[in-house]
Design a protein around this ligand. Structure first.
Ligand SMILES: [Zn+2]
Length: 198
């Protein structure tokens, strides 16, 4: 009953398009779409979706701590443990991240398969950390002790973003568009001869 079919990649085969952080603690993927307020309230709808997702993420992290060897309590959880958790999630990722030696490195839509690893997309991890950070404080954690706000976590996320944007040839600022050409280095304009400026 309380075995957790957590993070089973086979149960997420419907999510082929974009990356979703695979959070599936209760094993109830089915009827969480009881849409009562179908009209008008798009904001309350999306915020309760956020709340649900946040609760699921928090449960998943709790399970992760519970299964951790050696055992780890939330109060002893540091930024390093959060990084460990994020790396653990990578095995369920669906975003191809090319290594620099891959011929498709920097290619936004490679024409052929390659053996590069699949990872969690930066955007998924970034959103996940934001939710967990909020959940930590809502569950009584002190802001100054929030492991999800640790500097190491911020740096790691920035690193992942840079790495993935380079590997895939996409810029996270302009996701929908092709990568713009690099800015041209224009030579400085020639100086006018002395006395020519009137
Ligand atoms: Zn590759």
């Amino acid at each position: 009953m309380d075995t957790i079919p957590e993070l089973d990649s086979t149960s997420n085969s419907e999510n082929t398009g974009n990356d979703v952080v695979v959070i599936n603690t209760a094993g109830t993927t089915t009827n969480n779409t009881v849409t009562l307020a179908a009209s008008s309230s798009s904001s309350s709808g999306s915020s309760s979706r956020y709340e649900n997702q946040k609760r699921r993420d928090w449960n998943t992290f709790g399970q992760y701590l519970k299964n951790h060897r050696p055992p780890l309590s939330l109060s002893r959880c540091s930024g390093a443990h959060v990084l460990e958790f994020l790396r653990y999630l990578d095995q369920f990722g669906k975003t191809k991240v090319h290594t620099p030696i891959c011929p498709f490195y920097g290619h936004p839509s490679p024409p052929a398969p390659c053996p590069c690893p699949l990872r969690q997309a930066w955007g998924s991890l970034d959103a996940l950390i934001g939710r967990l950070r909020a959940a930590f404080e809502e569950n009584g954690g002190k802001p100054e002790a929030n492991p999800f706000g640790a500097r190491a976590v911020r740096l790691y996320l920035r690193e992942v973003r840079d790495l993935q944007s380079k590997a895939r040839g996409i810029s996270y600022e302009k996701k929908k568009r092709k990568r713009p050409p690099p800015p041209q280095q224009l030579p400085p304009p020639p100086l006018p001869p002395p006395g020519a400026s009137h």
